[in-house]
Design a protein around this ligand. Structure first.
Ligand code: S3P
Length: 171
């Protein structure tokens, strides 16, 4: 095992939880979207607009390949599992923690998040987000070694649960 990977839909708290988990474990934190932006010198919306989703997914795959080799907590982007090559990589990793949330929780977080501009969630209705979530649900389950239902849980509790779940695993 090289690190701890967090997966889950947009708004499930991968970045917030990942940052605190990395602090608690005294290890590096990698936010894949930020790495992609650094690598391409463009923001995520700019990449989607100028180069398209396939280019984004290929870059995301490259960043995933690099990230999983490090002893780090890795927060993936919500769509990483939709790209077969990335999903295959994740399936070989452990632990992969799936942060699972109800559509009510995630939709309101996505709508209220002013900082994170998500091209695939822009102007989507709750119904459309629910459909997207249900298409991805089995993909997250396929790669996850652990699943945590995050609704109503404070970040510190989620971090504690993950710490308990991975106790004994060598980083
Ligand atoms: C995406 C999720 C985003 C980002 C991109 C695509 C998706 O990451 O990678 O906008 O397809 O669900 P977050 O899950 O961190 O918002």
């Amino acid at each position: 095992m090289s690190g701890i990977i967090l997966v889950g839909f947009m708004g499930s708290g991968k970045s917030t939880v990942g940052k605190q988990l990395a602090e608690a474990l005294h290890c590096e934190f990698i936010e894949m979207d930020q790495e992609i932006e650094r690598k391409t010198n463009q923001t995520i919306p700019e990449i989607f607009a100028s180069k398209g989703e396939i280019f984004f997914r290929e870059t995301e795959y490259q960043v995933l390949t690099e990230s999983i080799q490090k002893k780090a907590v890795v927060a993936t982007g919500g769509g990483v599992v939709t790209f077969d090559k990335s999903k295959a990589l994740l399936k070989r990793e452990s632990p992969v923690i799936y942060l699972k949330g109800h559509v009510d929780t995630l939709f309101s977080r996505i709508v209220n998040d002013q900082h994170n501009k998500r091209p695939l969630a822009t102007a989507k209705t709750k119904q459309e987000i629910a459909e997207m979530m249900s298409q991805r649900e089995t993909l997250y389950e396929e790669v996850a070694t652990h699943t945590i239902v995050i609704d109503d849980l404070p970040v510190s509790d989620i971090v504690s649960i993950i710490m308990k779940e991975i106790k004994g695993m060598r980083l």
